[in-house]
Ligand binder design. Structure first.
Ligand code: FES
Length: 75
């Protein structure tokens, strides 16, 4: 994250919005990658998701959204 501030790295500006939304901007992990990991590896925690995809291993600003995706998908 050389030369980049935490705010710039983790803002939720329009740059984050695309067809496959980037959920974790630090590690550039998309929503579909997270959903695939949750279903393929039965991921139940943000820590497990980090091991599978790398998501959440930076500033941790995405942890709430990652937890929501896990809850939504696991029902
Ligand atoms: S957005 Fe920084 S760790 Fe995910």
């Amino acid at each position: 994250m050389t030369g980049q501030t935490i705010e710039a790295c983790c803002s939720t500006s329009d740059a984050a919005v695309s067809e496959d939304r980037v959920i974790c901007r630090c590690l550039n992990v998309t929503e579909s990658e997270v959903q695939t990991a949750i279903s393929a590896f039965n991921v139940e925690t943000v820590r497990e998701l980090g091991r599978c995809t790398g998501a959440g291993k930076g500033c941790m600003a995405c942890h709430g959204r990652l937890r929501s995706l896990i809850r939504e998908q696991l029902g």
